[in-house]
Design a protein around this ligand. Structure first.
Ligand SMILES: O=P(O)(O)OC[C@H](O)CO
Ligand SMILES: [Mg+2]
Length: 241
């Protein structure tokens, strides 16, 4: 289904929206890339997008295990030690996080039209607080936020746990997953949304291999290109659609 919206004639309109955060609402994936490149350089290795694709969207410890094992450095650096080493730099970078293009317009539009929204992010709660500290207005429009260290999220993406927990916490939840639209940037996140039975719009980094697009119901270069009407959501007033 990738590259085209799911067929409106065979499904009901979307009533609820779940946003991923890192790399989707916030331009924060670059911070992880930066620190991971620095750590690998110490081992004379380079960080690339095939490794990035396997890590992004996952819970911190799960991604850390992928990092040390895939790069063959687990004998010298444990997953736990890797997390410890990158923490100080990440804590300095996170408060500088910027919104991704199109986020403000879309979130405000859905809020004005009373479409319930939430965030489902693999990130840890204390990192969520640092990343969002300059973006209170946008995040206050979310009905709730589910983070990676939430007790109900037993397994990270691609497990459906986080999206099922997120859908359950809306007023009237749990919801029919076929009425929920997820926005994601990561292959693990797209898989998690599909495993939860939901529709998913993928907004991937252009450096991600296009084979990862296939699992998504729609693929966009930017959230600015999203057309709510394609999903039965209220149309933008400033666009004829
Ligand atoms: O993409 P998110 O928001 O689920 O975050 C996951 C990690 O924190 C970063 O890949
Ligand atoms: Mg993400």
């Amino acid at each position: 289904m990738a590259n085209s919206s799911a067929d409106m004639s065979v499904r009901e309109p979307i009533t609820h929206v779940i946003f991923d955060m890192d790399g989707l609402l916030l331009d924060t994936e670059k911070f992880y890339t930066e620190v991971q490149e620095l750590i690998l350089a110490r081992f004379n290795k380079t960080f690339d997008w095939s490794l990035k694709a396997k890590m992004m969207g996952k819970k911190a410890l799960e991604a850390a295990h992928v990092f040390v094992e895939e790069t063959g450095i687990s004998g010298s650096l444990s997953a736990e030690k890797f997390l410890e080493e990158r923490e100080e730099t990440l804590q300095k970078l996170f408060p500088t996080a910027e919104l991704m293009p199109g986020v403000s317009h879309l979130v405000k539009h859905l809020h004005e039209n009373a479409i319930p929204m939430c965030v489902a992010t693999g990130t840890l709660r204390h990192h969520f607080e640092l990343k969002t500290q300059r973006h209170g207005e946008i995040f206050s429009m979310m009905h709730h936020v589910v983070v990676g260290d939430d007790p109900e999220v037993k397994k990270g993406k691609p497990s459906p746990d986080i999206f099922l927990a997120a859908a359950k916490r809306f007023k009237g939840g749990p919801l029919d997953p076929r009425k929920v639209l997820v926005f994601e940037d990561a292959p693990s996140g797209v898989a998690a949304a599909k495993n939860a039975g939901m529709y998913v719009v993928m907004v991937p980094d252009p450096r991600l291999d296009s084979s990862f697009h296939e699992a998504a119901d729609e693929v966009l270069s930017s959230l600015s290109d999203f057309n709510p009407s394609n999903w039965g959501l209220p149309p933008f007033k400033d666009v004829s659609s």
